[in-house]
Design a binder for this molecule. Structure first.
Ligand code: VAH
Length: 314
C-alpha cells in the first residue's frame, strides 16, 4: 500500500480511514474520491477527485493519473436503503464493485472492499456464526455482499489479484454518520443521549447484533492489508466483531456515564426484519488465527469515548 485510491471516501468509513491512511502513508499518497465534495478535513487534506463509481472510464483515468497501487472500494448503498431501491442498489453496489475490481486488475493493485454481517441470512447459524457457513441472505444488500465476496475471490483465483475483505459488524463512530443502515440505531443512540438524554429505538429490545468501534475497524483494515499473504487461508471476507449487543445493553452502558438516560421502543418493521435475519454473534477466530485480528474497545470503553467525543462535538 503506497498509493491508495479510495471510493466513497466521504462516507462513514472513508471519512476516517482516509485521514488515518494519510497519516501513515503520506497525504499525497491517498487519493480520496466521492460522488460529491464537502468541506470536511477528509476532502481538504489531500488529493480529492469527484467520482461516480458506476463510471468505469473516470475510475480508470483517476487510477492512472495518480499511478495507484491499492484500491479501497467503500462506496455502497447500505441495507435499509437498498431494500427501498433494490434495482439502484444492485447497479451501484455490483456495478461499482465490478468497476473497482477491473481498475485494480488494470493497475495490478491490491484490493480491499468491505463485506458485512448482512451477507448472512435466516438459515445461517445465529450464534458464533462460523467463518465458513450457510450464506443465503434475504436482503438486496446481503445478496450484493455475498456476490461481492465471491467476485473478489474470483479475481484472486482467476487473475491473481491480491483481494482482501472484512465482514464488518455495525460500525459506531462520532465522525461521519452512517446513512440508511440497519445498525444506525447504535450510532443515533449516542447522539441522542448526549443531546437529549433519551432515545427511541427502531430496533426492538432483545435484538442482538455484532458491533465495533470505528478505531478498531480502521486498524483491522490496515492490519489485514499489511498481513503476510502466505498466512491467509481466507480472503473475501473475514468475520470480525468486538461485541454482540442489543439496544438495552447499549442503553445500560450509556446510563453509567449519563445517569437517568431513558430508552423507549417504536419498532420499524422493515429494519427489524433485516436485523432478525442477521446473526446474533459471529465468530472471528479465522481472522485471529490468520492475521492476528484484535480490538481494543469493548462496549463500556466505546461508550465512554463516544460520549466524551460527542460532548466536544455537539
Ligand atoms: C447496515 N451498517 O446496517 C450496515 C452494516 C452490519 C450492517 O453492513 O446496513
Amino acid at each position: 500500500m503506497k498509493r491508495i485510491l479510495i471510493t466513497g471516501a466521504l462516507g462513514q468509513i472513508g471519512s476516517e480511514l482516509t485521514l488515518k491512511l494519510r497519516e501513515i502513508y503520506g497525504a499525497d499518497n491517498v487519493i480520496a474520491t466521492d460522488i460529491k465534495k464537502n468541506t470536511s478535513e477528509t476532502a481538504q487534506s489531500g488529493p480529492f477527485e469527484l467520482l461516480d463509481v458506476t463510471d468505469l472510464d473516470k475510475m480508470m483515468e483517476t487510477a492512472k493519473k495518480y499511478k495507484i497501487d491499492t484500491v479501497m472500494h467503500l462506496a455502497a448503498l447500505l441495507s435499509a436503503t437498498a431494500e427501498t431501491k433494490p434495482v439502484f442498489a444492485w447497479n451501484l453496489n455490483m456495478g461499482g464493485l465490478m468497476n473497482a475490481l477491473e481498475t485494480a486488475r488494470e493497475m495490478n493493485a491490491q484490493f480491499f472492499t468491505p463485506s458485512s454481517i448482512g451477507a448472512f441470512g435466516p438459515s445461517t447459524p445465529k450464534h458464533h456464526t462460523p467463518q465458513d457457513t450457510i450464506m443465503r441472505p434475504t436482503t438486496m444488500y446481503g445478496v450484493n455482499k455475498v456476490a461481492g465476496e465471491l467476485l473478489a475471490d474470483y479475481y484472486y483465483h482467476k487473475f491473481g489479484l491480491d483481494t482482501r475483505g472484512l465482514r464488518f459488524p455495525g460500525l459506531i463512530s462520532h465522525v461521519a454518520l452512517p446513512g440508511g443502515g440497519t445498525t444506525d440505531y447504535a450510532v443515533e443512540i449516542y447522539y441522542e443521549a448526549v443531546k437529549t438524554g433519551k432515545y427511541t429505538s427502531y430496533i426492538n429490545i432483545g435484538t442482538y447484533m455484532d458491533m465495533m468501534y470505528m478505531p478498531d475497524a480502521l486498524n483491522a483494515i490496515i492490519d489485514l492489508m499489511e498481513a503476510d499473504p502466505s498466512k491467509l487461508k481466507h480472503r473475501n471476507s473475514f468475520n470480525i466483531t468486538a461485541m454482540s449487543v442489543a439496544p438495552e445493553d447499549i442503553a445500560a452502558s450509556i446510563s453509567k456515564y449519563i445517569p437517568g438516560f431513558e430508552i423507549a421502543y417504536t419498532v420499524d418493521p422493515a429494519r427489524q426484519s433485516i436485523a432478525d435475519s442477521w446473526p446474533n454473534s459471529i465468530d472471528a477466530s479465522a481472522a485471529k488465527e490468520e492475521w492476528n485480528f484484535k480490538f481494543q474497545y469493548d462496549l463500556d470503553r466505546m461508550t465512554q469515548d463516544m460520549i466524551e467525543k460527542l460532548r466536544e462535538k455537539l
